[in-house]
Every structure is written in C-alpha cells, then in structure tokens.
Design a protein around this ligand. Structure first.
Ligand code: TYD
Ligand code: MG
Length: 461
C-alpha cells in the first residue's frame, strides 16, 4: 500500500481524505473538502528520534497563585464558574454582530481596571477601529493593550516578552495563521494549528486566552469544531436579532458548571449586565390575552420567569403547521399528543405556534405545563389568570410530574408579585403555602377542564 499523505480536509468536520470528492464521508456534507498541506508526516514515515527528557511532578504540589481571577463582569463570571482559571483557554462562539467583540473588550477593560495585564489582539479590525469602539463604550482610558496581528508566532513571541498578561483576547481564531502549516487562514488545518500553539502558550505561561470563533448558519462554531475539543471551555453568545437581550451560555466547561447563563442587554453604550432577568423577560407582557402563560423556570442555579406564548388557529393546510421558537419541537409534539390522547383536545385541524418571549431558549421539561396551559388557553380563547405562574412536567400518561427546585421557583414568583402558582402535587409539600397560593394539578385533563370552564365563563359574561 502506498504511503500517500492525506491532503483533502473537510472544512466542516475535519476528516481527512486522500483525494478530492464531492461529499465528505465523515459528515455527509457536500463541497466541503479543500486541499491543504499535510501535517508533518508522523508515524512510520518519520525517522525515530530520541525524545527530550522532562521532569515528572507530584500531584500534591502547592498551587502557587489564586487559581481564578474575576473578570469584573458578574454575569460573565457566573458562566465561567467564578472567573478565569490560570492557563485556561476559552472559545467564545456566536453569530456575527451579536456582540462578541464588545463583550470581550468590556471584559478586558474591567480586568485591566483591577490592575491585571490584559491584551486584546484583533485580526479583524484595525487598532483604530477597536479604539473607536472602546471610546463609544466609555472605556478609552482603560489600560488594555491593543494590537492588530494575525501571525501566531509573532503574537506568542511578543506576549512571551516581559510580563505575561493575565488575559489575552484573540479576535478571532479564524483570522490567525501559523507558518508551521501551509494552508490559508480560516481552514481547519490553520485554525487547529494556531489554536494548538496558543493553547500551548497559555498552559506554559499561565495566561488565560479567549479565542473568538465564528458560527456558521447551522449553529456550529465554524470549521473549527476541532477546536472545541482542545479548549477548556466553550461559551456561546446568543440572542435574537430583533431583541436587545444577549445570553452567554457555557456549552462545555472543564472548570465550572455548564447550566448557568449570563444575561446582558445591548445598549447604545455596550452590554449591560441584567442581574434580575425575570423582570426583563416579563416586562412586555400581554396581560390578560389568551394564549400566554408565565413559566417559572430555573437556569443553572437561578430562577427565571418567562412568558410562553401560543397561538392555535384553524388550518387550511392538509398537514397543519407546527412552529416553535425557543423550545424543543419534539417536546411540543409530545404535549400535543398528550392533549389529544388524554384530554380530548382536538388539534388535528389547527396550526400551532409556540414562542418563548424575549428570545430565550428553554431546555427544561418543567415548561411542559406552562406550554400546555398556553396552548389550551389559546384554543379555548380563555385568558389565564394574569397573576399565576406554571411549572410541571407532563408525562405521556397525562399525569403532572414533580420537578426540581420547586421552592426556588415559587419564591421568585412571589418576589415578582405573582399571587398564585399552578404546580405538581409534590411541589406543595416542598414549597409550602406562604406568600403565594399554590394550586396543585395531578393531571393535564384537570388543567384543561379548568381552563375550558374559564373560557365558558368569559364567553357568558
Ligand atoms: P460586535 O461586538 O462587533 O459583534 P461581533 O464581534 O460578535 O461580530 O457588535 C456589533 C453590534 O453591536 C453592532 O450591530 C452594533 C451593536 N452595538 C451596540 O448596539 N452598542 C454598542 O455600544 C456597540 C459597541 C455595539
Ligand atoms: Mg467582532
């Protein structure tokens, strides 16, 4: 067998192929292969050389410095798990224009304000452009050091001189290139090699590096999915284009939780932290309209109240439409199926739309009950009580199952002025009747009957 080097690399999944072909065998994407210089030959092709000796260290060594440095932005630290860990590398992904550069220049400035050495290296914008943005953010006096550079070797050489920075922002990894490989910047090989070099520098020097990564239209951090495996944490910065909210989420985190979210608002003067997101997500509520229910959710350790909106309308289509924003479509299908099978709700001739207000994305099954309430409320044209919140998981049998942290959910609802909560039976014992009236439901059918009765009363009045 000939020992050819594999030189066609899939730009989507990084699989290597010996010859060009239209479809990648790794990920079944079309037209993603491009020719790249092979990595240095390894294995049998390479002459066996003698390795350099290195010292092994005991695990029980003392850590020399505080392992974490807070960024100075509370919502950012919440997501990273309490600040930047020395020598760690984070990848921040997000759509173009979502505010990644803004967030990081703010974080760098906040850190520099605490007398930590912060460096911001932009491969996309000129120094003057970065300055202009900082000026707009009111940060022009922050002692952050800037450079517009794309050569990884030059960057590492410069950073290794003198005092090692505490934080280095590389905006973005796709613009970086290293001359150890021949491919063009932005290709998988370049991105991987550049990231590897920067990660090696971070581990050796103790600096924290944040790499910015672009996201493709299907939500992957473009090309360099390979990088996701190499870094310590992958953060994603999300938001709906038309909303001002931005949510920072940890997708992977070696040094902290992955279920915390940080909430920001994009204002004329940059990103503002939102310490109490419930108020924000409820601020534009359509009070007393059919089809809206307030869900008492938990994001990480923090309770979060959010409005769920549903529209159920007669359909003229053979196959009615099911559209959902901010929630799992298969979860919606399940709730609809339970409504049909156990509650006598006929939805076969109706289009169903479900939306989580404010551009938030909910992953909890606890939202089932609120979603079902919103759907039935819309269908029956019966507004739900404006002072009620809902939470509970719907099982396939139509029973309402208990969910975690009921007490925290109820407490948050009481804090925001809600007077009652519709909850699973078990939640009553856990949360206890306090400032807020708890109504337990044992089955989805009972909830449906209740909402339908409200609709009849409203129609008769
Ligand atoms: P940016 O940080 O450049 O996004 P990214 O680096 O993710 O591509 O943010 C650009 C957007 O943010 C742009 O559409 C304008 C908006 N913006 C504000 O609304 N206020 C501000 O103070 C700044 C700096 C940007
Ligand atoms: Mg940018």
């Amino acid at each position: 067998m000939s020992k050819r080097h594999l030189t066609f690399i899939c730009q989507n999944c990084g699989a290597a192929h010996g010859r060009w072909q239209g479809k990648c065998e790794g990920c079944s994407e079309w037209n993603t292969l491009s020719e790249e210089g092979a990595d240095r030959p390894a294995g049998p092709g390479r002459k066996p050389g003698k390795g350099r000796l290195f010292a092994l260290e005991p695990l029980a060594g003392a850590a020399q410095e505080a392992p974490r440095t807070g960024s100075g932005i509370g919502e950012f630290d919440r997501v990273t798990g309490g600040g930047f860990v020395r020598g760690s590398v984070l990848l921040l992904g997000g759509d173009p224009g979502i505010g990644k550069s803004t967030l990081l220049i703010q974080a760098a400035a906040a850190l520099a304000g605490h007398r930590q050495h912060a460096v911001y290296i932009s491969g996309e914008e000129a120094v003057a452009q970065v300055r202009l943005r900082a000026e707009r953010l009111g940060l022009s006096q922050a002692p952050v050091q800037l450079a517009a550079e794309t050569s990884v070797e030059d960057i590492i050489a410069t950073l290794s001189e003198g005092k090692i920075p505490r934080l280095v922002v590389i905006d973005s990894i796709q613009t970086m290139w290293t001359d150890t490989v021949e491919s063009a910047p932005g290709t998988v090989t370049q991105v991987r090699a550049s990231a590897q070099a920067l990660i090696r520098f971070a581990k050796k020097s103790g600096a924290t590096i944040i790499l910015v990564g672009h996201v493709t239209k299907d939500g992957q951090i473009a090309g360099p999915r390979v990088v996701e495996h190499m870094v310590d944490a992958v953060l994603s910065f999300e938001g709906e284009g038309s909303h001002q909210f931005r949510i920072l989420r940890a997708v992977k985190n070696r040094f902290g939780p992955t279920d915390e979210i940080g909430v920001f608002e994009m204002t004329g003067a940059g990103l503002r932290e939102v310490a109490n997101p419930s108020e924000l997500f409820l601020s534009e509520r359509d009070l007393g309209q059919p089809g809206t229910a307030v869900f008492a959710g938990i994001e990480g350790t923090r309770p979060l109240l959010v409005e769920i909106q549903a529209l159920v309308a007669p359909s003229s289509l053979g196959t009615p439409r099911r559209a959902v924003v901010g929630w799992d479509p298969s979860r919606l299908s399940m709730v609809l199926a339970v409504l049909e099978a156990h509650c006598g709700v006929r939805l076969g001739g109706h289009d169903v739309y479900l939306n989580v207000a404010g551009g938030l994305r909910i992953n909890e099954p606890a939202a089932d009950l609120a979603a079902a309430a919103a759907l039935v409320s819309s269908l029956a044209n019966a507004p739900l009580p404006a002072d009620a919140v809902y939470f509970g998981e719907v099982s396939l049998s139509g029973a309402i199952r208990p969910v975690a942290q009921a007490a925290a959910r109820v407490k948050e609802a009481a804090k925001l002025g809600f007077a009652r909560a519709i909850v699973p039976e078990a939640a009553r014992a856990e949360a206890g009747d306090g400032a807020i009236k708890l109504t337990d439901v044992t089955s989805l059918a009972a909830l449906v009957a209740d909402i339908a009765a409200r609709g009849k009363r409203a129609a008769a009045a």
